[in-house]
Every structure is written in structure tokens, then in C-alpha cells.
Design a protein around this ligand. Structure first.
Ligand SMILES: *[C@@H]1O[C@H](CO)[C@@H](O)[C@H](O)[C@H]1NC(C)=O
Ligand SMILES: *[C@@H]1O[C@H](CO)[C@@H](O)[C@H](O)[C@H]1NC(C)=O
Ligand SMILES: *[C@@H]1O[C@H](CO)[C@@H](O)[C@H](O)[C@H]1NC(C)=O
Ligand SMILES: *[C@@H]1O[C@H](CO)[C@@H](O)[C@H](O)[C@H]1NC(C)=O
Ligand SMILES: *[C@@H]1O[C@H](CO)[C@@H](O)[C@H](O)[C@H]1NC(C)=O
Ligand SMILES: *[C@@H]1O[C@H](CO)[C@@H](O)[C@H](O)[C@H]1NC(C)=O
Ligand SMILES: CC(=O)N[C@H]1CO[C@H](CO)[C@@H](O)[C@@H]1O
Length: 323
């Protein structure tokens, strides 16, 4: 910790020296959103370092939002992920839409073939371990998520037993009320940290007698699983009931966004933010990256008593919020 702070202090001094040495350089122009850049797409405010269109974010390759104007209201997509953005928090998270995996489900409005899964490999984004849960509606099976973490795989999952009171329907409303997705026809668990991408699958668990006739229908029947924002699911707990999410195109998932400290764009951000760092309104820090084990993360926040967007040169204000 002390080391990190020391590094911050030292690099601030170096940056300050740098600035005095090369104060005429055009690189020292404070980074900000260009005046022509739009700040809103449909109902959603897009805070810098994200931005709508080319040249409006901190890095077009990673943070550019495309605003689709053929829908009402207009819908924001992250260009890199080609995925719809639901909201963005300046505190380092954002929510996007995430597909549901299902097997052997009939009479539902969406297709069984899942939409393109989100793959965050190579980006400074990661599925939030703290705010998401893996939810599975099945029974007598082990439902699991196979996470890709820096090229290797980690499995996590859960098993639910089959309820006996309703042979054909998983999580009937009565059992749901009794167990709330805690192991009877439905289960949930946390996801591995540093998850960049994942696949969902079901496999036999070792304890279920698959020859049990009463159970056969349920084992072969409709089963589904998804990773979603835990607090959203808490507010929409009926979503997990059948058909619930099965008829929805997607569910919201929380991603962490980081500004990796060792990347060219943060070095330039850091440089350009120097005046803000040194100002009395913003404080910046370096800490362990949330997207990979091996990198550090640069982030800023408004000082106590100020609110707004610390990534804009005059973003932190008293009382008034600028984003
Ligand atoms: C915009 O949204 C429409 C309707 O959902 C879709 O058909 C179209 O492909 C989208 N365009 C882009 C550029 O994503
Ligand atoms: C995600 O993308 C990476 C690199 O593009 C690829 O190697 C990996 O197989 C993908 N993972 C999944 C689960 O699709
Ligand atoms: C699920 O696991 C089975 C057996 O391990 C495998 O054959 C199948 O391809 C997997 N399905 C997916 C979608 O990964
Ligand atoms: C789907 O149902 C068929 C029988 O109806 C069964 O043979 C098959 O194993 C089931 N598949 C899954 C993935 O449950
Ligand atoms: C910087 O981050 C470290 C580790 O998270 C924390 O202990 C420290 O208080 C932070 N410093 C400031 C100035 O925010
Ligand atoms: C991936 O893992 C390798 C070996 O463990 C490590 O050297 C590399 O830095 C890691 N890359 C990232 C982006 O975490
Ligand atoms: C799709 C859906 O039902 N979403 C609801 C989830 O919960 C929030 C908060 O209660 C509602 O605003 C959404 O409409």
C-alpha cells in the first residue's frame, strides 16, 4: 500500500517535472471530451472516459459507444463488445446485456441458440465477481460455468435436487417461495474472479439416479442458466420462475471497467490529468487491477465534498454534477 502511494507521489513529481520541462508540447493539452461530442444516447448519459463516436472516449478501441438511432429510444452499444450498454457508473462498473443458456425448453418465444456470448478477453473489462451470480434452473444435474481467466479455465457451479411435489415444472411458485433458488430445482453461486469469458453447461451429478422414471422427465426437460446482476435479480425474483427469463432476450450483467496502469492510453491520461491530480478536487490512486492478476489499475475520484466526473479536468464540483 505504502509502496503504491509512494509510486503515485513519485510519479506525480516526475509528471510535474515533465510538464515544466516540456510545457509547450501539444501533448500537454488537458484531456477532455471534445466539445462536439454528444453526452447522451437515448435515455442513457455516457460519462467520460466512455464516449459516443470516434475521438470522444479515452480510447476508441475500448471505450467507444455507438448510438443506434434506428430504435426508440436510441440504444447505446459498446463498439468493441457489440453489446448493449444499460448504464455506466463513474465508479468503475457498467451493465450490459447478457444471453441466457437453455436446453430442451419448448413453448418459449426466444431461440434456444444463445446470442453471441460476451468475450472480454484482451479488454480492461471483467465480469464483476462481487455483483453477479450464476443462476441455474435444473435438477439432478451439475450446472456449471467454465470461466476463461487469462487463457486457462476455471469451473464453478452448483447442483439442485429435484422437488417431488411438481414432477414436470421446475421451480413452481410454491417451491420457489419455499426455497428461493437454494438447491431445490434451482441454485445459484458466485462466479470466479477475473472471468473474461465463460461457457455454461450441464452435466450429470454423481448422486442422482438417472434411471428413476419419476425424475427422467425433469432431467431431460427444460433447463437454463445465466449470469446476472445479483441486485437486479433480487428485485425481479420472479424472473427465475419458469418461463421468466426464458422469454426475455437477455439479462443484465455487471462488468468492471479499469484503466490499466501499464497501457499507453493511461500513461497519456495520467499525463494529461496531472493538473487535475494536483488540484484540490480530484484524488487518483493505483491499485491491483480487477481484470487481470498481473496489472495495476489507475483510478480517480472526487475529493470529499465534491461530486461529478474525476476524469474530466473540471468534472468534480461542489454541489453540481458534471459528467
Ligand atoms: C440498430 O438496431 C436495429 C434494431 O434493433 C438493428 O436491426 C440494427 O442492426 C442496429 N444497428 C447497428 C449498427 O447496430
Ligand atoms: C474469447 O476470445 C479469445 C481471444 O479472442 C479466444 O481465444 C477465446 O477462445 C474466447 N473465449 C470464449 C469462451 O469464447
Ligand atoms: C457440455 O458438455 C458436454 C460434455 O462434457 C460436451 O459434449 C458439450 O459440448 C458441452 N456443451 C457446450 C455448449 O459446451
Ligand atoms: C432433451 O430431451 C431428449 C428427450 O426428449 C433427451 O434425450 C436429451 O438428453 C435431452 N437433452 C438435454 C440436454 O437435456
Ligand atoms: C489508494 O488505494 C489504497 C489501496 O486500495 C488505499 O489503501 C489508499 O487509502 C488509497 N489512497 C487514496 C489517497 O485514496
Ligand atoms: C497470463 O498468464 C501468464 C502466465 O501466468 C502471465 O505471464 C501473463 O502476464 C498473464 N497475462 C495477463 C494479461 O494477465
Ligand atoms: C424486466 C423487469 O422486470 N425488470 C424490473 C426489475 O426490477 C426493477 C426494479 O424493481 C424494475 O424497475 C424493472 O422493471
Amino acid at each position: 500500500m505504502v509502496k503504491f502511494l509512494l509510486i503515485v507521489v513519485i510519479s506525480l513529481v516526475l509528471l510535474a517535472v515533465n510538464i515544466t520541462v516540456s510545457s509547450k508540447s501539444s501533448e500537454e493539452v488537458p484531456i477532455t471530451r471534445a466539445p462536439h461530442c454528444k453526452t447522451r444516447c437515448g435515455d442513457l448519459k455516457i460519462p467520460f472516459p466512455f464516449g459516443i463516436g470516434s475521438g470522444c472516449s479515452i480510447d476508441d478501441e475500448l471505450f467507444e459507444i455507438v448510438c443506434n438511432k434506428s430504435t426508440t429510444p436510441h440504444t447505446p452499444f459498446l463498439r468493441k463488445l457489440e453489446d448493449q450498454v444499460l448504464d455506466i457508473s463513474i465508479e468503475g462498473t457498467f451493465r450490459v446485456t447478457n444471453p441466457i443458456t437453455s436446453q430442451n425448453c419448448t413453448g418459449i418465444s426466444r431461440s434456444e441458440t444463445p446470442d453471441k456470448a460476451i468475450n472480454l478477453t484482451g479488454s480492461p473489462f471483467v465480469f464483476s465477481e462481487r455483483r453477479n451470480r450464476f443462476n441455474a434452473v435444473s435438477c439432478g444435474l451439475f450446472a456449471y460455468i467454465e470461466s476463461t481467466i487469462n487463457g486457462s479455465f476455471v469451473h464453478a457451479g452448483c447442483t439442485s435436487i429435484c422437488s417431488l411435489d411438481d414432477k414436470n415444472m421446475l421451480v413452481s411458485s410454491t417451491t420457489e417461495k419455499k426455497n428461493r433458488c437454494c438447491g431445490l430445482d434451482c441454485c445459484h453461486t458466485t462466479i470466479p474472479s477475473y472471468t473474461n469469458a465463460f461457457k455454461i453447461n450441464f452435466t450429470n451429478d454423481d448422486f442422482t439416479n438417472v434411471d428413476n422414471i419419476d425424475m427422467k422427465g425433469k432431467l431431460d426437460g427444460c433447463k437454463y442458466a445465466f449470469v446476472s446482476d445479483q441486485s437486479w435479480l433480487h428485485d425481479n425474483s420472479t424472473a427465475v420462475l419458469m418461463p421468466g427469463v426464458l422469454n426475455w432476450p437477455h439479462v443484465p450483467v455487471v462488468l468492471n471497467w479499469d484503466l490499466p496502469h501499464n497501457s499507453h492510453y493511461v500513461r497519456s491520461l495520467e499525463k494529461k490529468l496531472t493538473s487535475a491530480i494536483l488540484s484540490s478536487t480530484v484524488v487518483c490512486n493505483i491499485t491491483q487491477s480487477r481484470s487481470t492478476r498481473h496489472e495495476s489499475r489507475f483510478f480517480c475520484s472526487c475529493r470529499k465534498g465534491y461530486e461529478g466526473n474525476p476524469y474530466l479536468p473540471t468534472g468534480c464540483c461542489q454541489g453540481k454534477v458534471v459528467s
